[in-house]
Design a protein around this ligand. Structure first.
Ligand code: TEU
Length: 509
């Protein structure tokens, strides 16, 4: 049996607002993404995940959806979406759209109706509780700022639940009409031909009956990081059956934002829930070999161990970029060997191939209530003052060094991090062992994370070594260096030493 496409795919996240505009504008759009697809083909990724582009008041920059079946005029229209999808498929790129099922915008007609009166037929599409304005129904906290996950609606005299902003009321998935409505949304995009969904806070949709308090010692954490109930698994199985009824291995890649790989693993079900899930504990792991070995061992035990397929991600639109977290380009280069060399499907975030750091956002330019503006800075396409955007001052400040860290300049420099991404992506594509093979950790001393990938029909083995320590490491590995994080010695025998914050991909003899 051949593996489904998503097991060997490398995903690339595009944040539409920050990728590229098709005309001079401070924000990107769908036609701008289409115009830059050649960059993705040249780079060598397999699939694009598009963050939300739906009509939205932008309280959470698109994760507050006011119409699930349309395109925000700022990004284009449905015709532009269809064109983008067609252009992806012409280049053999798959396209995932972002499904946001846990909450809608408070301006969605469903919530506008629900809020209009206690008797409205849509009232029960959201989660309302009686009480008094001074005491929320339970101790759940919202994300982004330490406020209750409940807002009092004066007009109708009840509380409504929102695990995120008050402008993002949680939908009531215990109401079969909500389930059906969200299934209809999925059909809408599947019928248009999308290859699947990245599903926002999928672990949040089911709620524990009776909405019990969070444990007192956890009560300061956002409830969204704790919501973990059997009901959600049932709901995911319903979505999975729908997705599986379509031809072509459509994908559900869920965002399970529970900071425990053990809990994340359960969302794969028995092969009947998510096909893939994000797993964030590795993203929050420091640049230390012992920590990484532990995360990798957990992932293999808990995810591979149940016959599921892991994902690896180090940067996205919610977190400080790993180039900034790890503190140097050398480390960002070496980290790519983790992403592309470990067993599972990597998810890259637009701009990491340029070695971008987070933008420095002065207080008067802050727009995100979650403090995540830095990683959402616009992608620089050229060295010019407008960096290919047609405007010099886009919606967020440029990331550092845009005159050097831009697609045009780094494409022209074969020693750049951008070319490293391209070479390692090509080496991965050419190696069934790297894409699909088995994994075995090697003992390479305290500061080095090293492993062997074997099998994957008819291929040679591959060894990857990453030195996270402060000094050169002697490694008894014999073979040819296929790709080196600093480009040194590629095509030659491995010299036996790996420098600090360096990584290599070796074809063993
Ligand atoms: O994120 C879920 C989530 O839990 C994160 O918001 C996380 O708590 C925070 O960003 C840590 O820095 C998803 C989306 O990825 C995010 O952009 C949305 O804001 C959120 O859901 C609500 O839709």
């Amino acid at each position: 049996m051949t593996a489904p496409w998503w097991r060997s795919a490398v995903f690339y996240q595009v944040y539409p607002r920050s990728f590229a505009p098709s005309r001079p504008a401070p924000t990107g759009d769908l036609a701008g993404i289409e115009a830059h697809l050649d960059h993705l083909s040249w780079l060598g990724v397999d699939a694009v995940w598009l963050s939300p582009f739906y009509p939205s008041p932008q309280a959470d920059f698109g994760y507050d959806v006011s119409d699930y079946c349309d395109v925000d005029p700022a990004y284009g229209d449905l015709a532009a979406f269809d064109k983008l999808l067609g252009a992806c498929h012409e280049r053999d790129l798959r396209l995932l759209v972002d499904l946001v099922p846990n909450h809608s915008s408070d301006r969605h007609p469903w919530f506008v109706a629900a809020r209009s009166s206690r008797d409205d037929p849509k009232r029960d599409w959201y989660i309302w509780r009686d009480g008094t304005p001074d005491e929320p129904p339970n101790n759940w906290m919202a994300a982004f700022s330490p406020v209750p996950a409940w807002t009092w609606d004066d007009a109708t005299g009840q509380w409504y639940l929102h695990q995120f902003l008050p402008q993002q009321p949680d939908l009531n998935w215990d109401n079969p009409e909500v389930v059906e409505a969200m299934h209809d949304v999925m059909r809408f995009w599947l019928d248009r031909g999308v290859d699947g969904f990245r599903i926002d806070v999928i672990h949040g949709i089911g709620k524990e009956p009776g909405l019990p308090d969070d444990p007192p010692d956890m009560a300061r954490l956002p409830h969204a990081t704790l919501n973990d109930t059997a009901r959600t698994h049932e709901l995911i199985r319903g979505m999975r059956a729908l997705v599986d009824s379509y031809p072509g291995d459509r994908l559900m890649l869920g965002e399970v934002y529970l900071l425990s790989t053990e809990r994340v693993a359960t969302y794969y079900g028995e092969g009947d829930e998510l096909h893939l899930s994000f797993n964030f504990p590795p993203l929050y792991t420091r640049w230390r070999a012992d920590r990484w070995r532990a995360q990798i061992a957990d992932t293999h035990r808990l995810i591979d161990g149940r016959g599921a397929w892991a994902t690896w991600v180090l940067s996205n639109h919610d977190n400080v970029r790993h180039r900034s977290r790890y503190g140097s380009e050398n480390r960002a280069r070496a980290a790519l060997f983790l992403l592309l060399g470990l067993r599972g499907s990597p998810v890259l975030y637009a701009g990491e191939e340029l070695g971008l750091e987070d933008a420095v956002v002065p207080p008067d330019r802050v727009v995100d209530p979650g403090g995540r503006d830095g990683c959402r800075a616009p992608v620089p396409w050229s060295a010019a003052a407008d960096h290919g955007w047609g405007v010099t001052d886009p919606w967020l400040p440029w990331p550092p060094e845009p005159e050097r860290r831009n697609v045009e300049d780094l494409s022209a420099d074969t020693s750049s991090i951008l070319h490293l991404y391209r070479r390692l992506l090509a080496a991965r594509r050419a190696s069934p062992a790297l894409r699909l093979g088995d994994f075995e950790m090697l003992d390479a001393g305290p500061d080095v994370v090293a492993w062997r990938r074997t099998g994957g029909a008819g291929s040679g083995h591959r060894i990857v070594a990453v030195n996270m320590g402060p000094s050169p490491a002697a490694l008894e590995l014999a073979g040819t260096v296929l790709v080196a994080s600093d480009g040194a010695g590629e095509g030659s025998p491995f010299p036996g030493t790996l420098g600090p914050d360096r990584a290599v991909l070796i074809e063993p003899v």
